[in-house]
Design a protein around this ligand. Structure first.
Ligand code: SAH
Length: 396
């Protein structure tokens, strides 16, 4: 297959030599040569020395991924088969654990192919393609997967860089379509998922360890506020863990019935829990005015969000969000601050927390922190890939 040469600036050569897998615009001398997504690229330094081989594909993160640093390696059936079978083997203990039937089996660059992920939902597989470029490998990847596992059905999500708009189409690929909701389990808790309703399935699998921790260690007897609650996953785990009462707040209409559904599946009466369809920032104002406080406040906003009154961006506004939470958390209560924003690391996130407490005039201690769980495999030479940051903070 025809190959484009991508020349890397001297100042970036070391980074790529030591395994950095993402093609970024700033590092490339001849960006103008990258025209057609999916083209294979040979990556070289300014002297023409080989650095790696990969593909061109535009996604929010960059211009494509290097898939090998071995000059003779080809992207053939054997290549994909090996990557996927290695990834599946790494998850063998999760496959054997009956109490968890939804998890990630292939995590992009962490498992050796940047731009594609594969999730498992009780017999069904969901592939997410993050660029048109990686989508050219569809046949090879799906054929490898099919030859390695038994499956009921396979779905796919095209999450190409289309300016935030999801490509609406039938996501079904092959096998049985299945019936939705599909019931899955996570650490013994039931969850209803929908594999053919846009980009999200109802559960964010990367928070598994955090949900378990809330249930097993912190929820008992507590009042819990779950902001940006989506389908209420954190609320359900808190309730199962014996929370006195949960309050879930999300402005999407669908969140009400979906959250009820998750409670019911776990024999929790949704009428005794609070589910509010409203702007989180309005809810903070309401709670402050009425002196409502909580023993635990969970913050897990999207990286960017626009509501009628507010534009929220994690990078600019997280500190203020924590201040809002501090104001309505009881003394010795817990704030669970989470973000999936890849643009900064744990240190900077902890800096926001410190600043928020300084400005609010209070003390705190960090009780525990989380990043991505084991099945969301990451690599040392690409720290940005470990995007999840969760901090359990006790207000003192
Ligand atoms: N914490 C959730 C996932 C959050 S997804 C979980 O663990 O499952 C982000 C959610 O934030 C979406 O459901 C979206 O509707 C909601 N959202 C975005 N802006 C909001 C706002 N200003 N107020 C309330 N909810 C908001």
């Amino acid at each position: 297959m025809e190959e484009i040469q991508v020349k890397i600036k001297n100042s970036f050569a070391k980074k790529y030599q030591s395994g950095f897998p993402l093609l970024i615009k700033e590092a490339i001398i001849n960006v103008q040569d990258l025209k057609e997504e999916g083209k294979l690229v040979k990556v070289i330094d300014e002297r023409g020395e080989f650095l790696g081989r990969g593909y061109y594909g535009r996604q929010n993160k960059g211009y494509g991924w290097i898939l090998t640093q071995k000059e003779t390696e080809l992207f053939d059936e054997a290549f994909f088969h090996k990557k996927i079978s290695t990834a599946l083997n790494r998850r063998s203990s999760l496959y054997q654990d009956d109490s968890t039937t939804a998890f990630r089996v292939f995590n992009g660059e962490g498992d050796g192919i940047g731009g594609v992920t594969i999730d498992y939902y009780d017999g069904f597989y969901v592939l997410s393609w993050y660029s048109e470029g990686v989508y050219q490998f569809k046949e090879l990847i799906i054929e490898s997967l099919k030859s390695l596992i038994e499956y009921k059905g396979i779905y796919q999500k095209k999450r190409f860089d289309t300016g935030g708009k999801y490509i609406e189409e039938d996501d079904f690929v092959i096998g049985e379509r299945g019936e939705f909701p599909l019931m899955v389990k996570e650490n013994g808790v039931n969850f209803a998922v929908y594999l053919n309703e846009g980009p999200m399935t109802g559960i964010f699998l990367d928070q598994r360890d955090v949900r378990k921790t809330i249930r097993d260690k912190y929820a008992k007897g507590k009042t819990v506020l779950n902001t940006f609650s989506y389908t209420g996953a954190f609320s359900v785990f808190a309730a199962v863990g014996g929370a006195r009462k949960t309050t879930s707040v999300d402005l999407a209409n669908r969140s009400l019935e979906k959250t009820k559904e998750q409670f019911e599946l776990n024999n929790i009466n949704p009428d005794t829990e609070d589910i509010k369809v409203m702007d989180v920032f309005k809810y903070f104002d309401f709670a402050k005015k009425n002196n409502i406080t909580f023993d635990m406040v969970i913050l897990d906003p999207p990286s960017f969000a626009r509501s009628k009154k507010h534009t929220f961006s994690v990078a600019k506004d997280y500190k203020d969000l924590i201040k809002d939470a501090i104001a309505i958390t009881s003394l010795n209560g817990m704030i669970v601050a989470s973000t999936n924003y890849a643009g900064f690391g744990m240190d900077k996130f902890k800096g926001f927390i410190q600043k928020a407490f300084n400005e609010s005039g209070g003390n705190y201690s960090i009780i525990e922190t989380f990043s991505l769980p084991e099945d969301f495999r990451t690599r040392k030479d690409f720290k940005e890939g470990n995007y999840l940051k969760v901090v359990f903070i006790q207000k003192k």
